[in-house]
Design a protein around this ligand. Sequence first.
Ligand code: AMP
Ligand code: TRP
Length: 341
Amino acid sequence: MSEGTTAFTPRVFSGIQPSGGLTLGNYLGAIKRFVDMQGSGIETIYCVVDMHAITVWQDPEALRRQTRELTAGYLAAGLDPTQSILFNQSQVPEHTQLAWIFNCVARMGWMNRMTQFKDKAGKHAEKASLGLLAYPALMAADILVYHATHVPVGEDQKQHVELTRDIAAKFNHDFKTEFFPMTEPVIEGAATRVMSLRDGSKKMSKSDPSDASRINMTDDADAIAKKIRKAKTDPEPLPETADGLKERPEARNLVNIYAALSGETVAEVMAQMGGKPFGEFKPLLADLAVDKLAPISSEMARYMQDPAEIDRILKDGATRARTIAAPILRKTYEIVGMVGA
Ligand code: AMP
Ligand code: TRP
């Protein structure tokens, strides 16, 4: 992690939406890295952002289930509620309270430029919810209500973290203060952008209509092996070195996934795998993926048998989160000029 905001105690915050099942992209791009940052001596806070999820329609029963499932995924992947603060966003009202202030700091033009908004709103932006447009101001509030200095995310969230910095800078400038830190996105590792198994130019996503395009964290060993075996590739064997992957997005994606799962660099993977035909490489990748993912998915299933325990963990995390967030929100109100703060 780089030193961007030296006046602030380092603190890590990140979040994932409970808007569907978890994919290998979420695991490698986010959750696995959340786990890596835990226990490094820096406070880590990880959130299930249910308020963000409802910016597009969510069936209430499904939202409840997915919130618990994502929490089970956090726990199964190795997040420890005694080492990290784990909670769902709606239980800490300070997020939405600060988001309102940020709605009044951020400019419409900034929001209209967000590529995630443009992608999600599609051709009918006037029919999108107001919440979908305001989404990044709530995300800025999630981060800044803890004065978080570092945010581990996948590549697709870089623009939102940059907007968070813009909001912090404008707030600090408008109110002549240095109250909010300039948060750094932490986008590291071989798998900051895991691509679809069917199309190397598209991000692996829980919303892709083709289930064969992604590996779900709940897929069993057979499903994982089958999807990797069928993953789109070109007919050539793997190149000898990483350089040869440049113009071969599908091959590069599979090598990146291998590297992220094995904890090696792409160069190290190429030293072992360079020149192998896909007929040889894919089964090795499938074995590795099953090896790493199957225990997580069975742990997830185990946690899901005890939803009351999951709810208890989220409630306890929310209480701890509020002890940090409440004084920062109060101070923000005071800076803005709210009586009674
Ligand atoms: P979301 O599921 O959109 O809430 O994303 C949760 C986290 O997973 C964010 O940090 C994303 O950047 C990350 N993420 C989602 N899809 C991918 C992907 N295909 N590759 C890498 N990271 C991803
Ligand atoms: N926008 C993020 C995503 O879609 C989720 C998110 C909400 C988030 N608030 C956050 C990520 C704060 C990091 C920090 O993936």
